[in-house]
Write a protein that binds this ligand. Sequence first.
Ligand code: ADP
Ligand code: MG
Length: 235
Amino acid sequence: MLTHQTVVDLRDVEFRWEPGGPQVIAIDELTIGRGERLFIKGPSGSGKSTLLSLLGGVTTPQRGEVKVLDTPLQTLSGARRDHFRADHIGFVFQMFNLLPYLSTVQNVLLPCRFSRRRRARALARSGSLEIEALRLLTHLDMADEELLARPVTGLSVGQQQRVAVARALIGAPEMVIADEPTSALDWDRREAFLRLLERECAEQSITLVFVSHDPSLEPLFDRSVALAEINRAAA
Ligand code: ADP
Ligand code: MG
């Protein structure tokens, strides 16, 4: 087991999408502890998804350093960053990004195709990848045979969300990053979804970073940060 106490350590980061384009991120410091559940709020267009791209090593800053699990991401090649991300970070996207030509179980198992480490962890837990996928889906109330036989495009938004969560959690990555995954739900369902996500993360000591423009979700988290307060670029 890894013993890192700090999962994210971001210092003096400046980022723009294009040379000469507007600065989108200018953050002096952001640290996220192991097992923490952090809410990052900010209006649409304020740079939330951009910040998550930096935390996941999808992009690298022009200045400063983003360390995840003590690894400075900018020292890795693009291919190694992809690998690092697959090994250590689970993503839940706003539109879930489920692959329509794969079954629910195969969607959940996708990270195990890209990460040997997550495959090994899933196997160590349940002895078989399918059984581990079904274990997670059972926790999320999605293991019904009729549901599993449906194409993912035939699932409701709430059900697709659960599949996306199982996919983010499989193989116990150290961090789960969620980019406004509740915007399509009404309040009661948003809260239930969040409780579920938090419970699953807590059980495996997974750090949760959740961004949203919706401040009503804030009380459900350990800590909340307003992006505008830490981001000097958001003037
Ligand atoms: P939020 O997630 O808070 O809505 P974003 O991070 O998506 O904000 O966007 C912040 C700014 O960066 C916006 O001006 C947006 O147009 C720009 N932006 C976001 N993604 C890209 C990209 N892939 N290429 C170029 N500009 C981008
Ligand atoms: Mg966004």
